[in-house]
Structure formats: structure tokens, C-alpha cells
Design a protein around this ligand. Structure first.
Ligand SMILES: [Zn+2]
Length: 58
């Protein structure tokens, strides 16, 4: 089961994460597709690690 996170609102073409516009029709992608989620994920993971360390090392 493939999870389609982002598809073009105009032609329903599967969008590459982080691309500003559709590779097929050139329409602008949803703003959520342009946010670097992998960076947010890494930052979130780091934050959780720091939080866990702060809780355990008290
Ligand atoms: Zn498109």
C-alpha cells in the first residue's frame, strides 16, 4: 500500500517531496510539500532525545 503524501492538485501527478512545483504540469505544489519535513523530523528527534536525557539525568 503506497502512501501518497503529496499529489498535484491539478493533474494528480505524484510530487517529489520538497519540490516547489509539479514536475508534470508545472503547477505550484501545496505549501506543506515545500517544507523540509526530513529536517523537521531530525530536529524533532533531537529535541525528544534532549528532553529524555534531561528527564533521566535529573
Ligand atoms: Zn501537476
Amino acid at each position: 500500500m503506497a502512501v501518497r503524501l503529496f499529489s498535484c492538485p491539478q493533474c494528480d501527478h505524484m510530487l517529489r517531496l520538497g519540490s516547489a512545483q509539479c514536475g508534470q504540469c508545472g503547477a505550484p505544489t501545496p505549501p506543506a510539500n515545500r517544507t523540509p519535513t526530513h529536517i523537521l523530523g531530525v530536529a524533532g528527534l533531537t529535541f525528544i532525545c534532549i528532553l529524555a536525557a534531561a528527564l533521566f539525568l535529573r
